[in-house]
Design a protein around this ligand. Structure first.
Ligand code: GLN
Length: 203
């Protein structure tokens, strides 16, 4: 593979810089994405943490919903962290909230309770190897329902907090806030895989 993959971090709202730094460290070209035109140059997209109602309004205002949906449905890898996973979900439990419907899950916002607004948990994630992952949860959602095409990669207290459906990855927690690069490296692997597939089908 000649050039480094280009991974965008949606930069309308939320914790963008930490993701850019972590992606650079894992060997991707990372850039902040604020417009439809910038989406075209990407091999993968991260939607970061933040506030999901605001993020959906901004995606609508900047007419980015449809282009993201089209790119992801045609194979571009997407990773949503916390708010980003809510934005990618099929729907939100007990709320009428628009979403992009790219990941066949129902999420519950702010699910871990007020007393637990923020926590660092040693999470078992077999896909990342035997060492637990230091997962930081901030007013995090959990996965209330997952469709048959969704793989559950990790749970906290019996609730799904990391899932994958083909080219779409969702985490309730914030790997960009820890020094542990394994989830960013895992996503980079998904992006490399998708690029290889594209090259071989073009050949
Ligand atoms: N509580 C936020 C929401 O529901 C998500 C929090 C986060 O991204 N850290 O939109």
């Amino acid at each position: 593979m000649s050039s480094k993959p280009v991974i965008g971090v949606l930069a309308l709202q939320g914790d963008v810089d930490e993701h850019l730094a972590a992606l650079h460290r894992t060997g991707a070209q990372a850039r902040a994405v604020k417009s439809r035109a910038q989406l075209e140059e990407l091999d993968g997209l991260v939607i970061p943490g933040g506030e999901s109602t605001t993020a959906m309004k901004l995606l609508h205002r900047f007419e980015m919903e449809q282009p993201i949906v089209e790119r992801v449905r045609s194979g571009m890898p997407l990773w949503g962290t916390c708010m980003g996973m809510i934005v990618a979900a099929h729907d939100v439990a007990d709320m009428e909230q628009p979403t992009l419907d790219l990941l066949d899950v129902t999420v519950r916002r702010n699910a871990f309770g007020r007393q637990n607004e923020s926590a660092e948990v040693d999470l078992t994630v077999p896909a990342l190897g035997p060492r637990p992952f230091p997962a930081i949860f901030i007013r995090a959602p959990w996965i209330e329902r997952a469709g048959p095409a969704v793989d559950l990669l990790a749970s906290r207290d019996g609730h799904g907090v990391m899932v994958r459906q083909e080219n779409v990855l969702g985490t309730s927690f914030h790997p960009e806030l820890t020094g542990d690069p394994r989830v960013h490296a895992y996503f980079l692997g998904m992006v490399e895989h998708a690029r290889l597939g594209k090259r071989s089908s073009a050949a």
